[in-house]
Design a protein around this ligand. Structure first.
Ligand code: ADP
Ligand code: ZN
Length: 701
């Protein structure tokens, strides 16, 4: 009797053994149907494994072959590797790429109208610049040699990074290969789809959680059939059953959305690199503001560094000016300083579009009862409730709890008399509507129901002032945006997070980089000459004309009404902070060098390794005994430091009390191996106690 190990797409790490019926040929990667418990399940035939074989008499036979050759050897290896590294059950990774619904209907072969191989036929191509040509050649060479090779594609927003990987993808499609482009947000897949579809028509597929089951099935089948295609997807696309994966792209690779922190804790960017290694293909990490990890790998030569040195459109980077908020005394309930308001006003009168950026949803982050001082708190978390005035609700941004605005204070029972403290986007929207009543304003945040419509409205220049959260900082191209005002540049710096400065730099760089991305002959630049409008025939603005640029404010005062102010202003209380200085001077590399030196001194990532072990219990109990017992059970290792147990900022989350142990070690230590051995040998805890491991954590709260 032939017996094979099979992995089931459920929250289990172990393999199960099944007998192969007479006459059935199976091999690793085949999807089969097997009896499981009282029911049946899909499973994937796995490679040989150390899982001990059960008693022969207990082994049941495979019921049916569902589809052979679904997962390649590289896919199985990736899942094994990820499960080992993250300590998450293997079956959950398989589940991301294998569900009954993907196979449910019989495969229909739809006759394609267009010739599938006529890839590059449509639309005329741009004349690529030398940086772009160099990058494309490097990618194509790695792809032709079937070599694993990680690349950092590094260039400011608008430098033509997307154009570069599009060209590499065209090369791959022409050879019948498949490519995966990962994007940090579902909203970005929509705008990217438009751009890709123009070039690659029906070979582009989108994959994320909001697709319909029918769409998912079609895409899954297309990929599993090994047809040439491009998948534009969120992080889950990494687990699709690619047959011919020749290139992976992780766009906006610094984005923390790639890190999943719930059940299946992993970083999809890092896992894309793992998959590329097993697939033996290039992987491109693209960003204008790479993560320090990636940047460090580029500096040390671990990744090939492809630099695009200027905006492809020839437009210079916008001038960025810091507004020292210590200088301004704003009336209560107002947050827009006079120079910022002036820039917005002038741009409005000149017919140019502006963005007011604040990375905070809702109306106010804190609501206090005026008579008694009670702060409205989430019943399930250690966090304040945020007022969402449009909805008339209070909401917790951590657990999703929502309640209508109360009629009485829950503490002193006085009739509602609440003070809203601090601004969110809704409040800034109110302020600007009040100051510029004639301007057409829109607001956008993740709470906006009709995001696509609002984005389209902005792109079509049907509004003058956009008030928005980080949605506006990500990937999207807003061709008409001339000016960006950052309401609170320091937001995010206040956390104890190791990466607070890096994050803040990235957000500010990304959002200010949205200003004046495109040549728009209606907009003369105030940055050239003596504030004189740039004639349509005067050509491009070069870097040297911008450095050092005149102060935006000086320019404004010289300009008359009707002229556009291209650039960005950041309101900050710490204008001397190195990151603020770096933003204003467009000196990313100086900031990164200083940050790296700082990390190196403490042996923090990327020089060392971190892991969190989060222990939680229902809030009526305490995780402390378990945390202490775990700590005691930790094998002593000279080179691994364990800190804690400590309370995270969110000491209670979703009604669970939490404590964390932080592990810190050198880069070359197998921390995953250490933790799995430790947890396997540790005492068993009651069922209500959860122990979760987060390798390479990005948040510590
Ligand atoms: P990024 O991905 O770096 O933000 P994109 O690839 O989106 O940059 O390019 C920014 C803009 O510049 C796009 O409108 C694109 O069509 C244009 N572009 C890209 N490469 C060139 C080029 N070589 N010449 C002219 N325009 C270009
Ligand atoms: Zn909550």
């Amino acid at each position: 009797m032939k017996v094979v190990p099979i992995l089931l797409p459920v929250a289990l790490g172990q393999l199960y053994h099944y007998a192969v019926p007479e006459g059935m040929a199976v091999q690793a990667g085949d999807v089969v149907q097997v009896p499981f418990g009282k029911s049946t399940a899909l499973g994937c035939v796995w490679d040989d494994d150390a899982t001990p074989m059960p008693d022969i008499a207990k082994i049941k036979p495979i019921l049916a072959m569902v589809r052979p050759h679904i997962f390649t050897h590289a896919a199985l290896q990736t899942i094994d590797w990820m499960a080992h590294y993250t300590l998450a059950p293997r079956g959950l990774f398989l589940r991301m790429g294998l569900k009954d619904e993907y196979l449910a209907m019989p495969k229909r072969r739809v006759a394609k109208k267009a010739d599938e191989n006529a890839v590059t036929a449509s639309a005329e191509r741009l004349a690529l610049n030398t940086d772009q040509i160099h990058a494309i050649t490097a990618l194509n060479t790695a792809q032709d040699e079937e070599k694993f090779m990680p690349f950092l594609l590094d260039g400011v927003t608008g430098s033509g990074k997307t154009e570069v990987y599009c060209a590499a993808i065209a090369h791959i499609l022409a050879q019948g290969g498949q490519a995966l482009v990962m994007l940090p947000e579902i909203a970005l897949t929509h705008s990217m789809l438009t751009r890709f579809a123009q070039r690659f028509s029906e070979q582009v597929h989108v994959w994320h959680s909001q697709r319909t089951p029918a769409q998912r099935r079609t895409t899954w089948q297309h990929v599993a059939d090994g047809k040439p295609c491009i998948i534009l997807g969120a992080r889950s696309a990494l687990f699709l059953p690619f047959q011919q994966l020749r290139l992976l792209v992780v766009d906006e690779e610094h984005d923390t959305s790639y890190k999943q922190e719930e059940a299946l804790c992993h970083n999809a960017r890092d896992m894309a690199i793992v998959r590329a290694r097993f697939e033996r293909c290039p992987v491109v990490l693209a960003s204008a503001t790479p993560s320090l990890e990636t940047y460090h790998n580029a500096i040390t030569g671990k990744y090939q560094w492809l630099k695009l040195n200027a905006r492809a459109t020839g437009v210079a980077m916008p001038a960025v000016e810091l507004l020292d908020m210590r200088q301004f005394k704003l009336p209560k309930g107002q947050w827009i300083a006079p120079p910022l308001l002036e820039a917005l006003t002038q741009n409005f009168h000149a017919g140019a579009q502006s963005l007011l950026f604040l990375n905070r949803r809702g109306y106010a982050p804190l609501i206090v009862c005026r008579p008694c001082g009670h702060k409205m708190e989430c019943p399930s978390c250690t966090s304040w409730l945020v007022e969402h005035r449009r909805k008339g609700a209070l909401a917790c941004h951590h657990c999703g709890f929502e309640m209508p605005m109360p009629q009485r204070c829950p503490s002193c029972l006085a009739e509602a008399d609440f003070v809203a403290c601090g601004p969110g986007v809704e409040r800034i929207y109110e302020e600007i509507k009040d100051k510029l009543p004639d301007a057409r304003c829109v607001m956008i945040s993740s709470d906006t129901a009709a995001q696509q419509e609002v984005l389209a409205k902005i792109a079509a220049k049907k509004c003058d002032i956009v008030v928005g959260t980080q949605i506006m900082a990500k990937g999207h191209d807003f061709p008409h945006l001339a000016f960006v005002g950052v309401v609170d540049g320091d937001l995010g710096l206040s956390t104890i997070d190791l990466r607070a400065a890096e994050r803040t730099f990235q957000v500010l760089q990304q959002v200010t980089g949205r200003a004046g991305r495109h040549k728009d002959e209606k907009y003369p630049s105030p940055l050239t000459g003596e504030g004189a409008p740039l004639g349509a025939d005067e050509g491009e603005i070069t870097h040297s004309q911008v450095h050092p640029h005149p102060s935006l404010r000086d320019t404004l005062s010289r300009q008359g009404r009707g002229e556009v102010c291209i650039g960005a202003m950041i309101q900050t209380y710490v204008p001397d902070h190195p990151l603020m200085q770096a933003i204003a001077a467009h000196d990313r590399d100086a900031f990164y060098a200083a940050e790296l030196a700082h990390r190196q001194r403490g042996m923090w990532p990327p020089f060392g390794r971190l892991a969190l072990v989060m222990i939680s219990t229902p809030r009526t109990l305490s995780p402390m005994p378990c945390a202490k017992a775990l700590l005691e059970a930790a094998p002593h290792m000279e080179n691994i430091r364990i800190l804690g147990p400590a309370e995270p900022t969110l000491a209670i989350l979703r009604d669970r009390k939490r404590l964390m142990l932080t592990l810190h070690c050198a880069k070359n230590v197998d921390l995953s191996g250490y933790i799995s051995a430790w947890l396997a040998a540790a005492p068993k805890f009651p069922h209500h106690t959860h122990v979760r491991v987060d390798m390479d954590p990005l948040s510590f709260g």
